[in-house]
Design a protein around this ligand. Structure first.
Ligand SMILES: N[C@@H](CCC(=O)N[C@@H](CS)C(=O)NCC(=O)O)C(=O)O
Length: 208
């Protein structure tokens, strides 16, 4: 049994999707970010940067923070979605998600979705970068079925919930044929549907 400390965000959804994909038993502990629960001293003990997601593996008492590290941990533990033969490629795309795709789309959410009109520079900068990310992912997905290879891996699991915020991005996912094909295929996975709705039973990945 895994305890998943989380909130209903793309980083949070990565881990519920992974736990559903590997069919692990887990209990969700909600951390209300709007109420500042991430700063509580007992939470900081397991998350030194005061961020979700975090997991505790009750079988061995290990606690892991940082969604990329959690995905790797669960992939190694379950032996799924992290094929040894493709590991370097999977790592590349997982790191690209962690260091670039997620943070840039996250800034786009801040300027374009939550705070429009506050900074023309910020809005334009992250809109442009986000469009570029869509274009680049589309190109990659014209050459392989999934991001790192022709198999579905933790790199796809990490990236999917970010693209699932496409309505906020206002970029027009539909015009990116390969990215849309990838997005729709992942959206249809039963474990993805279940993991996506881990905090809101009625929530489904929005259609392009
Ligand atoms: N690099 C971290 C980022 C996690 C992250 O940014 N979590 C956000 C929610 S999506 C959070 O907990 N924010 C609360 C805060 O920073 O106060 C990861 O991937 O786990």
């Amino acid at each position: 049994m895994i305890d998943l400390f989380s909130a209903n965000t793309p980083n949070g959804k990565k881990i519920s999707i992974m736990l559903e994909e590997i069919n692990y038993d887990y209990k969700v502990v909600k951390v209300d970010l709007n109420k500042g629960e991430q700063f509580r001293p007992e939470f900081k003990k397991i998350s030194p940067l005061s961020k979700i997601p975090v997991i505790t593996d009750n079988e061995n008492n290990k606690t892991i923070f940082e969604s990329g590290a959690i995905l790797i941990y669960l992939a190694e533990r379950s032996g799924k979605f992290y094929d040894k033969n493709n590991r370097t490629k999977i790592n590349q795309w997982l790191m690209a998600q962690m260091g670039y795709i997620g943070p840039m789309l996250g800034q786009h959410h801040q300027f374009h979705h939550y705070n429009p009109g506050k900074s023309k520079f910020g809005e334009e900068r992250y809109f442009k970068i986000s469009k570029r990310i869509y274009q680049e992912l589309d190109e990659v997905l014209s050459k392989s079925k999934f991001l790192s290879c022709d198999d579905y891996t933790i790199a796809d699991i990490g990236t999917f919930p970010w693209i699932a915020r496409h309505e906020w991005h206002d970029i027009g996912l539909k015009s990116f044929k390969n990215l849309t094909r990838w997005y729709l295929e992942i959206s249809e996975r039963p474990a993805v549907k279940k993991g996506f709705s881990f905090m809101d039973k009625n929530e489904l990945p929005p259609k392009p």
